[in-house]
Structure formats: C-alpha cells, structure tokens
Design a protein around this ligand. Structure first.
Ligand code: ADP
Ligand code: MG
Length: 506
C-alpha cells in the first residue's frame, strides 16, 4: 500500500516539476496569487518582466508593482473575476525592481477549489512595452501629421492670396476660399474647372502657354492677367506658379495669385497724374516763355511802333508829292503796305503775350459765324473758293467774348483760304452737343492738309510753313478758346483737306 502511495506522491511531484518546467519555458509571465493578490507562484518569465529573483517575488502583493490608480483598477478587475468567475484581460504600467517601467497585458482567471469556491487568481502577464510604444509613436505621429495638415489648411484658407492647384489637364484640384472674393465662385464650384474659363479671349493664349511650360518643362513662372468675376467685373491678378513634382513626375501645377486690381488702378491714376503734371509743366514753361516774350514785345512794340508811324506818315507824304513820278509813288505804296504788315505782326505779338481778359456775354454763335463769313467772303471769292454754311436754328447761346471768338474764326478761315491757293471749298457747320452741353463750329477745307509729323506743332507760337506767315494765328486761337474753357480739335489728311473743330461750353 505504502509503496503505491509513495509511487503516487512521487508521480505527483514529477508532474508538479514538469508543470513548473513547462511554465518556466514559456515566453509570457505566469503567476498565481491568493485572494488578496499576494503572489504564491511565479514563472521565470514573470521574474524577468518584474526584474525580481523568484524567492523575493513570492509573497509580494501585486500593489507593489504599480501606482495607486492601476492598483485600484486591478482590484476592481479581481473583484469582477470573483463575481463572474470569468477571466478578464487588461493592460497597465508596472514598475520593476530597478524602478524602470514596463507595459503589460494581463489576463486573470479565478483558481477554483474542488468545492467550487475561489481560492485565488492565476494569470498570464505579457510584456507589450515595445508593441505599445510603437503604437503610441504611430498614434503620436498620426496626430502630429493631422495637426500639421490642419495648421497648413488654416494657413492656406486664411491667407490673403488665392491659392490653387491643377492637374495635368489644367483642371483645378484644390482652391482656397479666396476664390469667393476673386472669382465670385465658392471653392466647390471651382473644382474641376480651368482658370482659362475666366480669362478674356485675348489673354487665353498667353495663360495657356504658361500652363504648358509648367506641365511640360516644369518651369516656374510669373505673369499678370485680367479675369472675369461672376458679377461681370474684371479683376487683374498676378500669378506665381510652379509645377507639382511627385516621384520625379510632373503631376500638375500650383499657383499663388494676388489681386492687384486696386494697385493697377492706382498705377493708372498715377500715370495719368504724371502725364497731366508734365502737360501742366509744359504749359507753365510755355507761359513763362510767353511772358518773357510779352515783356520784350511790349517794350519793343513801343520802340518800333512809333518810328513805324513816322515812316508810314512820311511814306504817305512822299506818295502825295510824287504824283508825277509813278515809280516813286509805287515805292511809297509798298512802304506803306509793308509798314502795315509789320504793325499787324506787332499787334498779334502783343495779343498773344498779353491777352486781354475775356469779357463774356450770352451770344449766339451762329450770328458770329455769319458775320465772320461776311468778312472773309470777298477774299475767298478772289481765291476761287466757295463757302458753304450750314446753320442750326436751335443753337443755344453761349457765354463768350464775341470779339475774341470772332478773331479765332477769322484766323481759322484765313488759314483755310491760304491752304487752297488754287481754289476749293470751305464748309462751315455749327451744332449743339447735349451730352457735354457744348456748341461746336466746324471749319473744313479742301486744301493741302497738314503732314502728320507737323500736327503736334499746331498752336506752338511762331510755327508757320508760310513764307510770310507769323505762326501766331493758331497760338492766339488756342489760347482764346482755352480761356473760354473750350477746346480745338484738328483732323487733317495731306492733299485732301483739314477740319478744325471748335468746342465751346454753353
Ligand atoms: P500762319 O498762318 O501765320 O502760318 P498759324 O498759326 O495760323 O500761322 O498756322 C500755323 C501753321 O499751321 C500754318 O503755317 C500751316 O502750316 C498750318 N495750318 C493751319 N491751318 C491750316 C489749314 N487749314 N490747312 C493746312 N495747314 C494749316
Ligand atoms: Mg494763320
């Protein structure tokens, strides 16, 4: 009997050792504890995980290896296992003997006695530190990536420029919300469309070439183009563009565009202002010249006009005394004519240099034109020129200085006559332009015309192409009309004729 019993004991001891050696050979930690959680058995793997020799580990409570929070969690889990008698799995951080940390996953099951009562717990402890840390690193880097993407999105959506990308077919694949402002369309409405749809026809080729050189050659570029806004207005944008290269292949392009409409408008205004300033400077310079000429002319006019009067008087006397000598009488006549001409030049000089202030009154321009034509008609008739006048009965009155405007009309009519030495036609027309509330007077001849390179000289004092011209008639006329806040326009074709148009505000 005893022998059988010994045999049984030794076979139990053998299977116990066998179990221990099996448990010691597995990778995961294994433990058994009593109901309070004091370790009553540990395999070698658990000793390695906790960094304790087996003798020290036995009898230690699980709370020794963790902080309070985890200890609470585990005691709740133990309680649950007790209640349900079902195993549970959980993971937590443990502190090893040397103070270092490990993350472990533990599955716990109750130890049941033969009578069904629970006498303790047993479980497997797996070191998942490496796995968990890799997971955390992954989660962290995913979170970082997400944060960076969000940050970039925030930047792109809130930047002051329009930003968009397009694919190899020039179709927009992404556009920020600035598109609402610049094109009038939301980003959703813009996706899949091409910028070319918004570019005016005359700019399409240039923009298309730009896109091609991005897609074909990968060259960056910068250019300006107008684009149509949804509301029908036009914006000018400046684009800085480059290609998108993925794994060495061009997959599309990206564009940073700035709305420069306001800047362009300001530049245009500035250009205009500079131009006007230059013109004003020229006018001032011209005036300065004229005022110097005026002073000289005034001084000289006195000096020259007096002796001229004397010369004219004596020439008249001479003519009377030379009744019997026809040749001398003819010479005296020539002297008088030439003195008169000199006097006229001096008077014109004075008028231009020291214009008399205009005395404005309500006048009918039509009447004035008729009076002027009556004066020039004899000379026109002698030059074989017919004069046609087209009056306008409904012409409103204008505030003008009648003598000054009459002088302008005379100057232009004489110029027309002088431009047609072999005869021709002068057409004079008057009319009213309600849009600007102004009256116009057209004086059109069929004369020699003005070469285009001489057009800019018209109105410059002393510019004349005539042997005996003073070159003052147009200068005086321009000055008088400008003083009336009007303007003179000229259309001329060499060999065909010239049209002078005077515009006077009503
Ligand atoms: P002037 O008549 O003394 O030459 P103006 O100032 O009246 O001076 O005219 C300046 C120049 O403008 C003329 O010499 C002429 O070359 C040109 N011009 C003016 N009016 C006409 C016209 N109707 N047809 C052709 N040329 C003209
Ligand atoms: Mg003239």
């Amino acid at each position: 009997m005893a022998g059988k019993a010994d045999q049984k004991v030794s076979s139990i001891n053998f299977s116990h050792r066998h179990c221990i050696s099996i448990l010691d050979s597995i990778e995961d930690g294994f433990f058994e504890s009593d109901l309070q959680g004091n370790i009553i058995f540990s395999n070698l793997a658990l000793c390695r995980i906790l960094n304790y020799p087996r003798e020290e580990l036995l009898g230690l409570n699980y709370k020794r290896f963790m902080d309070e929070t985890n200890a609470k969690r585990i005691s709740q889990t133990f309680y649950m296992v007790l209640q349900t008698c079902k195993p549970a799995i959980f993971d937590y951080t443990i502190y090893r003997k040397d103070g270092s940390e490990r993350i472990v996953a533990t599955s716990v099951a109750p130890i049941m006695a033969c009578d069904g009562s629970v006498t303790g717990f047993r479980g497997i402890v797996r070191d998942i530190t490496k796995k968990r840390r890799t997971q955390w690193a992954l989660i962290n880097s995913e979170r970082n990536l997400k944060e960076r993407v969000n940050y970039l999105n925030l930047l792109i959506e809130n930047m002051n420029e329009l930003f968009y990308t397009y694919d190899n077919n020039a179709r927009i694949t992404f556009i920020n919300k600035k598109s609402n402002e610049i094109t009038g369309y939301s980003p959703e409405k813009m996706i899949g469309r091409s910028l070319l749809e918004f570019v005016p026809d005359e700019y399409k080729e240039m923009v298309w070439q730009g896109i091609r050189s991005r897609l074909d050659k990968g060259e960056p570029g910068s250019y300006e183009t107008p684009i149509y806004h949804k509301d029908g207005s036009t914006r000018i944008i400046k684009l800085n563009t480059s290609s998108i290269v993925v794994d060495g292949n061009i997959t599309g392009g990206m564009v940073l565009a700035e709305d420069i409409t306001v800047r362009k408008q300001a530049e245009a205004v500035l250009q205009n202002t500079i131009k006007e300033l230059k013109e004003t400077q020229n006018v001032l310079r011209e005036r300065e010249k004229l005022s110097i000429i005026g002073q000289m002319a005034a001084g000289m006019a006195h000096e020259i006009k007096n002796p001229l009067t004397a010369v004219r008087g004596f020439a008249q006397l001479l003519a009377q005394k030379c009744n019997d000598n026809q040749v001398l009488a003819q010479y005296a006549g020539i002297i008088i004519e030439e003195v008169d001409r000199a006097n006229k030049v001096l008077s014109d000089f004075l008028q231009l240099a020291r214009p008399k202030p205009s005395v404005l009154a309500r006048e009918c321009v039509g009447d004035l034109v008729e009076e002027t034509l009556a004066i020039v008609s004899p000379q026109a008739f002698l030059s074989n020129i017919s004069v046609n006048y087209k009056p306008d009965q409904d012409l409103p009155q204008c505030m003008i200085d009648r003598n000054q405007i009459k002088q302008v009309l005379l100057n232009l009519c004489y110029n027309a006559i002088e431009a047609m030495p072999g005869g021709g036609v002068i057409d004079v027309e008057v009319g009213y332009l309600p849009k600007n509330n102004e009256v116009f007077i057209n004086i059109k001849d069929t004369g020699c015309g003005i070469p285009s390179d001489q057009m800019e000289n018209l109105g410059v004092p002393f510019f004349s192409t005539k042997a005996t011209g003073t070159g003052l008639g147009l200068s005086i006329s321009y000055a008088i009309v400008a003083a009336h806040k009007g303007r003179i326009e000229v259309i001329s074709r060499e060999g065909v004729g010239t049209l002078f148009r005077i515009f006077l505000p009503c």
